[in-house]
Design a protein around this ligand. Structure first.
Ligand SMILES: [Zn+2]
Length: 59
């Protein structure tokens, strides 16, 4: 099976154990949702917004 990659943090996803497909974790799922909401609400900040506090441990 081809390994999936999380669209948020690009981690490889274990399809067997991931509880938040197509993301690697609930955290990334929430982040994506928030990103999507930010866009749909048209918040004033745009571009490379430092919304990375949820990704502190992706290195
Ligand atoms: Zn992820």
């Amino acid at each position: 099976m081809v390994p999936l990659r999380c669209p948020i943090c690009s981690s490889q996803i274990d399809v067997e154990t991931s509880k938040a497909m197509p993301f690697c974790s609930r955290r990334c799922q929430q982040l994506d949702l928030r990103r999507w909401l930010d866009e749909s609400y048209g918040l004033p900040h745009e571009g490379d917004d430092p919304n990375d506090e949820l990704l502190e441990s992706t290195n």
